[in-house]
Design a protein around this ligand. Structure first.
Ligand SMILES: *Cc1c(COP(=O)(O)O)cnc(C)c1O
Length: 368
């Protein structure tokens, strides 16, 4: 049986007619940039996130770059980032001209902690970017407290965390300003590129709104040198329709992930990162580590089960960041995770035949 890593088809089929109606509405409306659909989506996503403001932008990396920019971050400033994340988190910091200061992650949670972050704080630290990686909330509250005591900002990279929560608060609402992506494979995905900034701070919200549109909020009046990073009407229409289903799809991801985990905990040396009881994870990815990652992966491939690796090479070992001079071994926990981690297939609409087959084949591999 073929098990794809991800299928967007069940979601699409469920709401195909709504999407087609959304398309027709935008087509007939003849306003394709910063119109009613973007405004309505911004309102809906702000409400969903529990924030005062949502500013829709072109993609996740822009959302991060703009968030850092409106905090006044640039050359001469330091920004702390986790070593374990995808390249755009680091690239956004680099784009502002600020210095990247990376921290290794914790072996159990796969995220930075106050302990790994504290030694990195300096007088130059302006912000920390916390990534809700794999849909699992970072240690947001403790790090916000720590950041406040040191007087720097917290920015959440919530590209993988739509709908996740910690102590009843949605991720993307805890940091001072927060960025997310609506890349098609994310939990809330557009049918193309998209992103958003969420914040409770009126001034930061206003600045971000201006920055994404050439530094302008009134026609032909430019307050700052901004960029063009606008979500288009069509994507806004699709996202607003899909947002109505997000909670159900997240619940489905959780049910499937919990079921697979229950079956596989204790099998071989498989380890699944654990969640604190205060945390609501949305399983953007279902990840496990094992020393036999590569052979497990090729065994599953032979059984037609697709898996993936997030991420095979951490940012500090990428050619793009070679100038920073990090050697192999700089972040041992991150590097170990990258050698051992495997993302298992998971998507809303995944059938029992798929999960059962996946579980059986993983068990078979470890029995050999
Ligand atoms: C997807 C992703 C991004 C980048 O988003 P784009 O919309 O592709 O620019 C940034 N950070 C994380 C953690 C992501 O998963």
């Amino acid at each position: 049986m073929r098990v794809p890593f991800l299928s967007l088809q069940p979601q699409q089929e469920l709401i195909r007619e709504e999407l087609e109606k959304g398309f027709k509405k935008v087509l007939d409306g003849s306003q394709y940039i910063l119109g009613k659909e973007v405004e309505a989506f911004e309102q809906a996503y702000a409400e969903y996130s529990g924030t005062r403001h949502c500013i829709a932008v072109a993609n996740g990396m822009d959302a991060l770059t703009i968030s850092l920019s409106v905090l006044g971050i640039g050359s001469g400033d330091e920004v702390i980032v986790p070593a374990l994340t995808c390249a755009p988190t680091w690239m956004a910091v680099a784009r502002t001209g600020a210095t990247i200061v990376a921290g290794d992650v914790d072996e159990k949670t796969f995220n930075v902690t106050v302990d790994t972050v504290a030694p990195l704080a300096s007088r130059k630290t302006k912000a920390i970017v916390l990534v809700n990686l794999y849909g699992r909330p970072a240690d947001l509250e403790r790090i916000v407290d720590f950041a406040s005591s040191k007087n720097f900002f917290v920015v959440e990279d919530n590209a993988q965390g739509h709908g996740a929560a910690i102590s009843g608060k949605k991720t993307g609402s805890v940091g001072h300003i927060n960025a997310t992506s609506f890349y098609p494979t994310k939990n809330l995905g557009a049918l193309g590129d998209g992103g958003a900034i969420t914040t409770n701070d009126d001034e930061l919200g206003q600045k971000a709104r201006s920055f994404r549109n050439y530094g302008s909020t009134a026609r032909f009046q430019h307050e700052v040198i901004g960029i063009n990073s606008r979500l288009d009407e069509l994507q806004a229409a699709f996202l607003r329709l899909k947002l109505r289903h997000l909670d159900i799809w997240n619940e489905e991801r959780r049910t499937l992930a919990h079921k697979i985990q229950r079956e596989l905990i204790g099998v071989g040396d498989l380890f699944f990162p654990e969640d604190a009881s205060s945390v609501y994870s949305v399983y953007h990815l279902l990840v496990a580590t094992t020393q036999k990652r590569d052979s497990l992966r090729s065994f599953l491939q032979q059984q037609e089960i697709e898996t993936d690796i997030h991420y095979p090479l951490p940012p500090h070992l990428q050619k793009a960041f070679a100038r920073m001079g990090y050697a192999s071994g700089s972040f041992p926990v991150t590097e170990k995770i990258c050698h051992q981690i495997l993302s298992l297939p998971l998507w809303p609409g995944m059938g029992e035949e798929h999960t059962n087959y996946l579980v059986d084949q993983v068990k078979r591999f470890f029995k050999k």
